[in-house]
Design a protein around this ligand. Structure first.
Ligand code: PMP
Length: 406
């Protein structure tokens, strides 16, 4: 039977546990900096105006049905999703050596990629994850039996990239290892390599014949510029790498619960490329069929409506600038306030980091204390969601951080 030895009690998911603790807190001053979802200046979820429009267009359509999608997903959505992540002028698209499968958001894309590699990767079956990384990476790869190793990523001293540590670990990894890279707006640190550093990483990866696995959950959400946030991916593709990409539309469309995402596989250039990608696509379809049969419809329809209409697309870009702009403003203000208060330590990392999160450098002890004393909620590693800050609570949060650091 399912005794405790056989099925031990599993720990609660730390992030979802934090959310529950926040909800239970009755203090009116409480601040949620845990959740990785965009909030407007009133701490409320924000339905993108362009998403509202697309939704209205869809609901007005008398012929809208709820039939199954094809196994690999909604074709006009996938086509534009590939253009978006690879660049419409990508050599991989022109040379027909990219394939796309619509997935259950970014998580499903990472999973499908992991499953595919577990079956078909003939190199070193080990994935190198950044230390730290999005916690779910560990579980997703473990679940398909791919062993995990880590490369250093975050420097506690500079609160920036430990580039030397990262390079030497990737150089020291067994040839043909899988290297998972956050395409932009690294979660949880908010620290990204510069373009020159990406180029150096590409050189090392080429030398070692490593396999790049890009996870891109924040395109356009990080800098506000779609073509800036996928620059690393485009560079690797231009360099002729064979690689895969997990793409999420949760953050950049605010479609969190709709689970819209894609998995892309790209093969290197050459005479065999097109037939290779056709074979890869056929195997991905088999894996997808046994896991989910076919992906969810509605979020993909909304994103597709926007991506396929130039006017709506321009509005979307504007919405992206609203979200990223508000976050960047909050970064500047939080840093300025801490510096004004003379809070011990340096705070430039808050504006150097990018995307949804900032790795504050607060210790676990300080995190627990700020929760207890000020009702400010953040993950134990000191990560704050910048989207939880707004003009109403930023003074309060800065003072609470100041107090707990002293
Ligand atoms: N990868 C990373 C690095 C993320 O931060 C996230 C979102 N937290 C995801 C993947 C996937 O999110 P989703 O499944 O909601 O698209």
């Amino acid at each position: 039977s399912f005794s405790a030895e056989v099925v031990p009690q599993a720990p609660e998911d730390p992030l979802f546990g934090l959310m529950a603790a926040y909800r239970a807190d009755q203090d009116p001053k409480k601040v949620d900096l845990g959740i990785g979802a965009y909030r407007d200046n009133n701490a409320k979820p924000w339905v993108l105006p362009v998403v509202k429009k697309a939704d209205a267009i869809l609901r007005d359509d008398p012929n809208l049905d709820h039939e199954y999608l094809p196994i690999a997903g909604l074709v006009p959505f996938k086509t534009k999703a590939a253009d978006l992540i690879l660049g419409a002028d990508s050599p991989a698209i022109k040379e027909k050596r990219a394939t796309t499968v619509q997935t259950i958001s970014g998580t499903g894309a990472v999973h499908l990629g992991a499953l595919f590699l577990a079956r078909f990767w003939t190199g070193t079956k080990k994935v190198y994850l950044s230390n730290p990384t999005w916690a779910n990476h560990n579980q997703i790869f473990s679940n398909v039996g791919i062993p995990i190793a880590q490369y250093p990523y975050f420097s506690k001293e500079t609160k920036g990239l430990d580039f030397e540590g990262m390079k030497s670990a990737i150089l020291g990894a067994e040839d043909r290892s899988v290297i998972l890279l956050h395409a932009c707006a690294h979660n949880p640190t908010g620290v990204d390599p510069t373009m020159d550093q990406w180029k150096e990483l590409a050189d090392i990866m080429r030398q070692k014949n490593h396999f790049p696995f890009f996870d891109c959950a924040y395109q356009g959400f990080a800098s506000g510029k779609l073509a800036q946030d996928n620059a690393a991916i485009r560079y690797f593709v231009e360099q002729g790498f064979e690689l895969v990409i997990a793409q999420s539309f949760a953050k950049n469309f605010g479609l969190y619960g709709e689970r819209a995402g894609c998995f892309h596989a790209v093969t290197g250039p050459g005479a065999e490329a097109e037939s290779t990608i056709t074979r890869i696509a056929s195997q991905l379809a088999i894996l997808q069929r046994s896991e989910i049969s076919n992906p969810p419809l509605y979020g993909a329809r909304i994103a597709s409506t926007v991506l396929n209409d130039s006017k709506l697309f321009a509005e979307w870009e504007d919405n992206l600038r609203t979200m990223s702009g508000r976050i960047i403003t909050m970064r500047k203000e939080l840093r300025a306030k801490l510096e004004e208060l003379g809070t011990p330590g340096t705070w430039n990392h808050i504006t150097d980091q990018i995307g949804m999160f900032s790795f504050t450098g607060l210790s676990e002890k300080q995190v627990l204390k700020i929760r207890e004393d000020a009702h400010v909620y953040m993950t134990k590693n000191g990560r704050i969601s910048m989207a939880g800050l707004n003009t109403n609570n930023i003074d309060y949060v800065a003072k609470a951080i100041d107090k707990v650091v002293r």
